[in-house]
Design a protein around this ligand. Structure first.
Ligand code: NAD
Length: 261
């Protein structure tokens, strides 16, 4: 269980935060990891770190919202490793604002990275998996916001709900090739994406930063604790390594009980 020996795993948004930890955990589990990110230099640093500890990793500069870059990037990954067995569609951003002030360009940018990015990387990886018919796993980085809503996050909540639909559609179509698709739904994890939100939400809601953490972010957890990078990476490993179609089209909250459906 929970081994990825020799499996080729593309992780998007892997230069930072959750994606970075997933790349490291997958490599430690024997996976050959494609560290894909918009931030080329940081992706190279992560890949070099994995290689320095005896793992196998390739850095890939790729904007997931750009069709030509995704087609070319996944082709380069296949040229290097010969196949794709696992995709983790993780790249994402956050933009917080009340709906009445939300800029349309920001709405479209956020949806493009989360949803266009998930679709484009899925299509290119699934084409390889369908061609080889040796199975595969696709893991989407959802959020508690795949199931619940919060103020100030309209496009993020919309995108994360949308990933549930995409995962279910991929589960239906992928079954023919033995490809499973599932969604990990973390609560708040202290990454750059979240650190940036604390002062932004404090200003928007008229609270102190400490109040944002205690009264907004962790209010509904069972224990007032942040979810950790390892919590999320270990669940993403389980979903990637699971061996049968018994687990497909599902979403799993990793959130200290914040969401319980
Ligand atoms: P992060 O900011 O630490 O990392 C995000 C990475 O995505 C960065 O390396 C960034 O360069 C990359 N990226 C952004 N746009 C990209 C693009 N167009 N193409 C390729 N790469 C791109 O953030 P994180 O907290 O690790 O978030 C990762 C994922 O986890 C996101 O989908 C986020 O919505 C989700 N998530 C985060 C939390 C949390 O509390 N941190 C909770 C639930 C879900």
């Amino acid at each position: 269980m929970n081994r990825l020996d020799g499996k080729v795993c593309v992780v998007t948004g892997a230069a930072s935060g959750i994606g970075r930890r997933i790349a490291e955990v997958y490599a430690a589990a024997g996976g050959r990891v494609v560290v894909a990110d918009l931030a080329a230099e940081a992706a190279e640093t992560v890949a070099a770190g994995i290689r320095a500890t005896g793992g196998d990793a390739l850095a890939l500069a790729m904007d997931v919202a750009d069709e030509a870059q995704v087609v070319d990037g996944i082709a380069r990954a296949i040229a290097h490793y010969g196949r794709i067995d696992v995709l983790v569609a993780n790249a994402g951003i956050q933009i917080v604002s009340p709906i009445v002030d939300f800029d349309f360009a920001d709405w479209k940018r956020l949806l493009a990275i989360h949803l266009d990015g998930a679709f484009l990387t899925t299509r290119e990886c699934l084409r390889d998996m369908a061609r080889r018919r040796e199975g595969g796993a696709i893991v989407y980085m959802g959020s508690v916001h795949s199931h619940l809503a919060s103020k100030l996050k309209a496009p993020y909540v919309t995108a994360k709900h949308g990933l549930l639909g995409l995962a279910r559609a991929v589960a239906k179509e992928g079954a023919e090739y033995g490809v499973r698709a599932n969604v990990v739904c973390p609560g708040f994890v202290r990454t750059p994406l979240v650190e940036k939100q604390i002062p932004e939400q404090a200003q928007a809601l008229g609270l102190s930063e400490d109040e944002v953490v205690r009264q907004v972010m962790l209010k509904d957890t069972v224990d007032g604790e942040f979810t950790t990078l390892d919590d999320v990476a270990n669940v993403a490993l389980m979903l990637a390594a699971f061996e049968t179609n018994a687990l497909t089209g599902q979403s799993l909250n990793v959130s200290h009980g914040w969401a319980m459906q």
